[in-house]
Design a protein around this ligand. Sequence first.
Ligand SMILES: Cc1cc2nc3c(=O)[nH]c(=O)nc-3n(C[C@H](O)[C@H](O)[C@H](O)COP(=O)(O)OP(=O)(O)OC[C@H]3O[C@@H](n4cnc5c(N)ncnc54)[C@H](O)[C@@H]3O)c2cc1C
Length: 498
Amino acid sequence: MAGKKVAVIGAGLGGLSAAARLASSGFDVTVFEKNSQPGGKANQICKNGFRFDTGPSLLTMPFVVEQLFLELGEDIADYLQLRKLETICKYFWEDGTTITAYSSKEKFAQEIEKKTTDSASNLFSYLNYTETIYKLTADLFLFNDFSNWKSLLNRKGLNTLFQIWKIDPFRTMHYANSAFFTDKKMVQLFDRYATYNGSNPYKAPATLNIIPHVEYNIGGFVPDGGIYSLVDAVVALAEKKGVKFVFNAEIKKILLNNRTLSGINYNYKGKEIKEEYDLVVSNADVHFTNTKLLGYSRDVSLKKKFEPSTSALVFYWGVKGDYPNLDVHNIIFSSDYAKEFKELFEDKIYPSEPTIYIYISSKFNKKDAHEGCENWFVMINAPANQDQNRDKKATTMKKMMLERIKTVLGIDLKEKIIFESLLTAADIENKTSSYMGSLYGMSSNNKSAAFLRQKNKSDKISGLYYCGGSAHPGGGIPLVLLSGKITADLIIKSKAHD
Ligand SMILES: Cc1cc2nc3c(=O)[nH]c(=O)nc-3n(C[C@H](O)[C@H](O)[C@H](O)COP(=O)(O)OP(=O)(O)OC[C@H]3O[C@@H](n4cnc5c(N)ncnc54)[C@H](O)[C@@H]3O)c2cc1C
């Protein structure tokens, strides 16, 4: 194993997880990142006295992060403090209803009894149902290599197959949620979890109701210094294990010798450099890797079969004032959720009345904003597309978002914004190579999406591996860290036989 050279393309969280694990097992690992700093979609802006996490804002399944450090013989406390949120999210509607989703299930249940037509028992039976889905699927679909249908032919897989109705793959999320709750606001609140992997609750199978389990039965977390401190921590871990990093290095081609990998070609400081490697792990988007780095035209057909997950339009606003009515995570819901998803996925346009998400890390990390100010990350879901006319459309959406914030929250931000930065689908694609700027790779709007994701080990090219949000097991922080783990484990296992 020693001396086996591995090139990891991309310093996203998936690539970092794979790199740290491989280096810790004795591989000679170099990470090539086209940007000047690591993190990929999980990045940060530090400007004019404000700091913003630019992508993810909530961490679930913290044990995945803890395991990464533990399995590499490190104490996570030396790198990172994870904080469990007491309030997971505050939800606002135009009719004045506000529901606080407390981390304590009992407190959340009381809130629901007070503010909706649903009962505490509806919530508890729903959360039991989501836990059952998790128990029957997590090992099969999240924690392990899932190369093909044969992966189901073991004791655990057969146990799940024999109880397939319990993982609810035949109803949509919305249909299932409507069967558990009578109040439309509760249905909307839980339908929202489809967006955690960029999917449509009116199409995605109810198996995705696994997501509320991880948030309510396990909890919602943030690192003390904001999400980017997780990136810093994993980079420090990788460096300690011997990973080398080359920033501002853009991979142009993955080099092959027939169907075996031979190396990479990259651009660095204006020079084209060719280097030989035994193995390549691509943390870049799968579609980009296949079409641009390998030069396949065949991958174009995937576009028809797969639907990209949603993208985002995000404004990073440094605002004057202190807004005690808001928490770290806040949602202003649209009045017609079905219409919003139709516009996102079918019409592929910005929603005419978007749901607005506001994340304020300065609520828990005062250093993220000036004294007397807050750092608002204000996001709406956007269709995955090339986003032509970016500035014109963003200006229209900004006006609409400010209006909604004023109407629903009673906060007039117009004169209060002292810093602004913007992220569109096109920016996400340019910065991270993500196909159409999608946040989570392919959506799960299709029942067989879990089976159709790119496997971590290429079955076409010997020596090539894929990890990250567009490969198995999917997008979001915990899953991309797992993607890196599954990939590293496959490599370690196969090289042990060499
Ligand atoms: C606005 C937004 C909000 C989000 N909210 C959440 C959330 O709340 N919770 C959550 O869990 N997840 C969230 N996500 C999703 C999460 O950020 C991603 O799923 C995850 O960070 C993706 O990690 P990855 O390993 O796939 O790599 P990516 O982050 O996609 O990084 C890939 C890296 O590869 C590099 N690269 C690409 N091509 C090349 C090349 N040719 N040469 C060299 N380097 C290359 C890129 O520059 C990039 O750094 C959000 C994402 C965004 C953008």
